[in-house]
Ligand binder design. Structure first.
Ligand code: FAD
Length: 579
């Protein structure tokens, strides 16, 4: 590394503003090049710099104490906008070519009359005003998708130690929402640090379905083929009565879709999350740090946010300073508590048993989603992989997971689907109880802190849209945030995130609640009505298509969406993508 501090020492008193350092072709390196090994580098602070001009000593100081930014820090800073390799010669200077420009002639003449000490004083005063770097220059993320290396935070090595580092965006939570947001931001060249309290993917299966709109987001992340390899298209929806007799079937053609992907796709969430994380590794500007539990989000003043996190195994405490924080930390979000917003409860509370079974035996079932409509014990069955099956059963009062801890105990529930498959051919992957709820956060934003995914909304999984909603949040916010950080968009554009996403999410939660109601409402009378009405639904013109189509509502009005006045107008709708 070379720098031009000494050149300035000569220039300023002599007012030679355009000599030496300002000529791009003239940069002295040497007279000797000394390569330091790592032990010598540790003693870098002992290095003495001496400079004499005409026999007069101008500089005689140890590097330690005199150098504000050491070589390692300087190199780390440079890697934010410049790729560096071993052997590179790094020449530092001022970004625009020169820190100083010649003052107007009259001032220069007066300046020449001043003693050097006064000139230095004036110089330092002016330099001291140069501390604020405009936001657009601090974060030179670009919407053209260049990939830059992250200014990696220095991690605390000792328990209890606090170190502060700075990143444009901190994402709390590395679930599907957080990783999607990080990947999209990284694709725009925006640096982000993802913090998650666990070191690896949450291993329990949860989401099993996503639609063609969400598949399109997956494709945007660059992993369409990889996702296709770990998922299988579903053929549609069957409604069954409480004896598992088929009331109605709504077929979906996986090859036919306006977005070019099957309208219903079955998968295992841990497989999908592993894929998302593997893909994130291709983007050096995003760093994922596991075992990092976020405990506090605080206002750091001047538009900065302080994110405090603990090293779970070591116990060290860290603070990251960020311009924006995305709370993707799930249902019990710490970020949500820190920004002080409550959850609006849509008063849905049902306990369900979730059963995952692996089997290489063929269950010989129709390859779509089966919904059992039964006010006593509603249920859902679907095949989610070549050898993976999922059931969800509404629990009766007093029942718990303990009542269904073995294949034998589960037999009365799963019997209609596994029939005569031998118990030795079935492996119980897990049984868990979930309370399905419908809620959404009253505010999705405070200042530069945003809520996304389950941190912002919770839905019962009856139409398989909870995780999808988080991915929709991420893609809605990522390009806007990238545009603001890049300096190309006004920060006001960020208001449209909540304006557009909240009504859409509420609508989808409403759909899930309607499905739950259709499956469970009305007691015996409800069952009777279902038996009469459901088999005839397909005769109502257009209703059959409505039931199987995966299209979700248009975005409501925002500064970016002109609301369509008539049904045939397209404002807020997704542009088809049949390829
Ligand atoms: C039984 C069941 C079935 C489902 N089926 C479907 C379906 O078919 N389709 C669908 O779309 N959705 C479905 N869902 C919903 C889906 O699983 C969730 O919506 C989805 O996981 C939410 O993703 P997320 O990234 O927002 O949150 P999460 O997946 O909860 O991830 C949050 C992350 O934040 C981390 N975290 C939390 N607190 C902190 C902290 N303080 N510091 C650091 N890290 C923290 C966690 O470790 C976690 O990794 C289902 C859910 C259940 C329970």
């Amino acid at each position: 590394m070379t720098n031009d501090v000494s050149a300035r020492d000569i220039q300023l008193p002599q007012t030679q503003f355009y000599e030496a350092k300002s000529y791009p072709t003239f940069t002295p390196v040497g007279p000797a090049l000394v390569l330091l090994d790592s032990d010598e580098l540790k003693r870098f602070g002992d290095l003495r710099l001496q400079l004499s001009v005409g026999g007069e000593v101008r500089q005689n100081a140890l590097v330690d104490g005199d150098m504000i930014y050491k070589p390692l820090q300087a190199l780390q800073s440079l890697t934010r906008f410049q790729d560096l390799s071993a052997g590179d010669l790094v020449m530092t200077g001022t970004p625009a070519g020169t820190a100083l420009s010649a003052p107007p002639k009259p001032l220069e003449i007066i300046g020449n009359l001043l003693p050097p000490a006064t000139k230095w004083k004036a110089f330092f005063k002016r330099q001291a005003n140069n501390t604020e770097v405009p936001a657009a220059r601090r974060h030179r993320g670009t919407l053209r998708g260049d990939r830059r290396r992250l200014h990696r935070p220095r991690h605390a090595a000792h328990g209890g130690e606090i170190r502060v580092t700075t990143v444009p965006v901190v994402i709390v939570g590395a679930g599907p929402t957080g990783i999607t947001a990080a990947t999209l931001l990284a694709q725009y060249g925006i640096e982000c640090l993802v913090l998650d309290r666990w070191s690896s993917v949450y291993p329990q299966p949860r989401a099993v379905h996503l639609d063609d709109e969400i598949f399109r987001i997956v494709a945007r992340l660059g992993i369409a083929d990889e996702f296709a390899a770990i998922s299988r298209p579903a053929l549609g929806l069957r409604l069954l009565d409480n004896t598992t007799r088929v009331l109605a079937e709504f077929h979906r053609d996986p090859a036919h879709s306006v977005h070019g992907f099957p309208q219903a796709n079955m998968f295992d969430q841990p497989d999908f999350e592993a894929l998302l994380r593997a893909n994130l590794k291709h983007y050096p500007c995003a760093e994922l740090r596991g075992d990092a539990e976020v405990t506090d989000i605080a206002d750091g003043g001047e538009g900065r946010i302080l994110v405090t996190f603990n090293d779970r195994p070591e116990g060290g405490k860290h603070i990251v300073e960020a311009n924006y924080v995305l709370g993707c930390d799930g249902a019990n979000s710490v970020v949500r508590s820190c920004i002080g917003t409550g959850m609006r409860d849509l008063k849905f509370d049902q306990r369900w048993l979730v059963v995952d079974i692996a089997s290489t035996a063929d269950l010989d079932q129709w390859d779509g989603v089966h919904q059992v409509c039964d006010p006593i014990r509603a249920a859902t069955y679907m095949r989610i992989g070549d050898s993976r099956y999922r059931w969800e059963f509404q629990l009766l009062p007093g029942e718990t997971t303990d009542d269904f801890g073995s294949l034998d105990a589960l037999r009365p529930l799963i019997g209609p689907w596994v029939r005569d498959v031998a118990p030795t051919d079935l492996t119980l992957v897990r049984v868990a109880e979930y309370t399905f709820r419908a809620k959404f956060a009253e505010r999705w934003r405070r200042g530069n802190v945003f809520l996304l995914g389950d941190a912002a909304h919770l839905t019962p999984p009856f139409i398989g849209q909870g995780m999808g909603a988080g991915l929709r949040d991420a893609i809605n916010l990522a390009w806007k945030l990238a545009g603001v950080l890049d300096g190309g968009l006004s920060p006001a554009v960020l208001d449209t995130y909540e304006q557009e996403r909240k009504p859409h999410t509420r609508f989808m939660i409403g759909m899930a609640l309607s499905m739950g109601w259709a499956m469970t409402a009305g007691g015996d009378v409800g069952n009777l009505i279902r038996r009469i009405v459901v088999p005839r639904l397909h005769r109502i013109p257009g209703l059959r298509d409505k039931l199987v189509e995966s299209r979700t509502p248009a975005l409501r009005r925002s500064a970016l969406v002109t609301k369509a006045r008539a049904p045939w107008q397209l404002g807020g709708t997704l542009c088809p993508n049949p390829w």
